[in-house]
Every structure is written in C-alpha cells, then in structure tokens.
Design a binder for this molecule. Structure first.
Ligand SMILES: [Zn+2]
Length: 431
C-alpha cells in the first residue's frame, strides 16, 4: 500500500482546521495529521508526495441518494410533472435498458461522483427486471472502488409488480454476493410508498435489519403522494410508516418535501435520517423540504443529488449550495446553515482523524470563484464546484490524482455511452 504524504494544505481535522498542515497515509489509514511541514525524513520516506498548497484537505463527501442508471436519462425532465416524467420517460427506458447499458450508465455516474469528491454513494437502484442488471452495477462499483451502497429497489403494487418471495430471495443473493467486499453494502430500497404494500415493507425492512443494513425510500416528494396516502390510509406518509413499524434509526427518508411538523417530530423521535435533494426537487417543481424546521427538531440530514434525470448533474457541491440557499430563502432566515454547519451536510459530519480509513479529498481553492479565501468554510460551501476536486483517495488508494483518473478510460467510456444511448432511445420509443 502506497505511503502518501499530503503537504501544505488546510486540513479539516477533529478539532478544527489545521492550516497549513500535512497528512500522512500508510496501509490504508491516516497515520498522522500535523501542523506546519513534515520533517525532511518523512518527505524522503514517502512514496507519493502531494503538494496541496492553496487547497483544502477534507474527508470524502457523501452523495446519499442517486439513481446511476439515469445518466442515460439526462435532460428529459423538462416540462413534465413528477408522475408524467416517470410515466413518459423514466419507466419506458427502465423497461428496455440492457445489462450492458446499465453497466455503462452506472460507470459514467460513478466517474462523475468520483470527480466531484463524493466517495460514499448510495445508488437507489431502480427496478430492472433481472439480477444481471444489478450485477452489472456492482461490477461498475467494484471497478471504480468508491464506498458504494446499492439500495435495491422493488415494487409489489402497480405496474409490473414483483412478488415478495422474489424480492426477499434477491436480497439474500445480494447480501451473499457482497459479504466479503468492504466497499459495497446492500440496502432495502422500496420504490415509493404508493407502489409498496404494508406486508412487503415490513418483511424487507426486517430482513435488511438482520443483515445490519437499512431501508432507503422516496417519501413525500410531491403533494400527490401525500394525498394518495391520506386517501388510502387516512394517514400522512410518515405517520403511516410509523404505524406499520418501518420508521427508526435504520430508515432513510429521501426527499421529505411535504412533511408537516408532526411528521418531522416523528422522524426526529425515531432517529431516522432525511436525505435532502434540493436541486432535484426544484428541477421537478416538487417544492422545498422544510430544512429549517427539521434542523430545529434535531433531524439528521444528509444530501443527495438524486438521479441525473432530475438534476441533471451529480455535483454534490451544487446540491450543498442549493440546500443552504433554499433553506434561507424559505425560512426568511440568513442564519440557517452557517457555512461550517452546512459543510457537515456533505461530509456526513466526518472530519479527518488519525487511525481512520484514509478517505480523503483535495479541493483546489486557487481560482477566481474563491480567491481571496477569507473564510474557508464559505469558500467550500458557496464557491466550490465539483470540478475543483483535484485528488480523491479511498482507503489509501489514489483514485484520482490532480484531475486524472487512472482506473477508467474516460474518453472511451464517453464514446461508448454516446453510441449506446441511440439504440436505447429507439427501443424505449423516446423521440
Ligand atoms: Zn430518487
């Protein structure tokens, strides 16, 4: 394992910024964080020395919700409501996408996340029809080597329902497949409440809990969904989840745009997490999640770009800035999410610590959007783009160095993706 020394940067450490500082990585872990410069001996010993002058050195970021296959569905949301967009574009493409196309789409999406410094990615893997599709996504994830959660989606109601027996058996297969891979986790990914039955939600949640995993699903993204829940159960969605026993510390509520104050209290009391996707919610005209109220109740919030079909990028920095601005605009309160607190939404509250796995990114702060840097948190939260991420290290392995990714031939990948989309659109009858 490479012995890496990163020098001259501003390091986000446990007790605050170390500036300038150096960080030493050995055998996959952070071994030392120091102020100033390392000794000449340490520099000589290192196999790799990365100069991070005018850069921030951060823990890798978390993109807690995306749909990687949607890299092949970018740019098609315009002018449709959420439900029409699903019916006219997303579901027709999902119905015909081949395993090979799924692999290319996932690989492209993972490369984009890597370039933006998102080293923990949760792919809410939509209904695919065959285990071969899921296997191809896992193959792409292994190649790129980020820390990857596959939230395997399912639906046992509505169009093309899957049997509970099949869903549970595929979950067992996936847990077996990923058992020895410390970069890959499996999670329960019910598609949306109105497409899932009470019994199947309970059974899948129970199964993943037995494997130390969690349930991750879209909840209250649009007002229509809330109305459907009220019509069918006479309860709002989060109230219904609480009633059926699927709301707890191992539950991730994605979106939560249309949750009322009582539902926010239920989420907080259950220690469930909210995955906030402000850019996607804005693109689809779904609304703005009540982040200020959630923070007021102590709800744990992570960020997600959501899939490229509704964003259209997976730049987690853009989502971070959107989260701050929308929360302030809707609460009429500029003190919500000060930059140092906002940054935690993207890092998952992590800092760089000695003896932790070396999941580290280096972000360039030597450009016209942030110079002169007077507050590093502001520069990162309000002035940084994904393309400013220079270097990405996961578990001590350099996946991107000074903007170069060695593990994937990006130009060849882009050509393959451009070719594949022509055939896919024809088969899905998207004009
Ligand atoms: Zn989504």
């Amino acid at each position: 394992m490479t012995n890496i020394l990163i020098i001259n940067g501003s390091i986000l450490a446990e007790n605050g910024w170390v500036d300038p500082g150096f960080l030493c990585i050995r055998e996959g872990k952070i071994r030392q964080i120091g102020a100033g410069t390392p000794s000449p001996g340490q520099i000589d010993e290192a196999k790799e020395v990365l100069d991070a002058r005018h850069c921030a050195i951060l823990p890798g970021l978390t993109n807690a919700h995306t749909h990687l296959s949607q890299t092949f569905m970018r740019g098609l949301a315009g002018g449709r409501t959420l439900i029409d967009w699903l019916k006219d574009v997303i579901w027709p493409i999902q119905a015909v996408i081949s395993p090979e196309e799924m692999y290319l789409a996932a690989l492209l999406g993972l490369v984009e996340n890597l370039r933006c410094g998102a080293i923990r990615v949760t792919d809410h893997h939509k209904i695919t029809g065959t285990p071969a599709h899921t296997n191809e996504v896992l193959k792409a994830a292994r190649e790129v080597s980020l820390r990857f959660t596959l939230a395997r989606s399912w639906s046992d109601r509505g169009k093309n329902p899957e049997s509970l027996e099949n869903i549970l058996s595929d979950f067992r297969r996936l847990f077996d497949l990923s058992r020895d891979d410390d970069h890959i986790e499996i999670a329960n990914g019910p598609l949306a409440l109105w497409r899932c039955s009470e019994g199947a939600l309970q059974a899948t949640h129970q199964l993943v809990l037995e494997h130390g995993a969690f349930t991750h699903f879209h909840v209250s993204e649009s007002q229509d969904e809330v109305q459907m829940s009220l019509d069918e159960y006479d309860l709002r969605p989060v109230e219904w989840l609480e009633t059926i026993g699927v709301l707890g510390p191992d539950t991730q509520i994605v979106h939560a745009v249309w949750v009322d104050d009582d539902e926010i209290k239920l989420i907080a009391d259950a220690n469930a997490q909210v995955i906030h996707c402000p850019v996607s919610n804005a693109v689809l005209g779904s609304g703005v999640a009540p982040v200020a109220q959630m923070l007021g109740h102590g709800v744990d919030i992570l960020l997600g770009t959501d899939g490229p079909a509704s964003n259209d990028t997976q730049d987690i920095w853009e989502t971070l800035k959107g989260a701050v601005n929308f929360a302030r605009a809707t609460s009429l309160n500029p003190t919500i999410l000060p930059p140092s607190q906002a940054l935690k939404l993207a890092t998952g509250g992590k800092t760089l610590r000695v003896n932790d796995p070396a999941d580290v990114i280096v972000v360039n702060l030597d450009h016209s959007r942030v110079v002169p840097v007077q507050d590093i948190n502001s520069a990162l939260v309000l002035g940084t783009h994904g393309s400013d991420v220079q270097t990405v290290i996961v578990g001590g392995e350099i996946l991107m160095k000074n903007g170069n990714i060695a593990i994937v031939d990006e130009k060849a990948l882009y050509d393959e993706c451009r070719d594949a989309i022509q055939s896919l659109r024809k088969r899905a009858e998207i004009s």
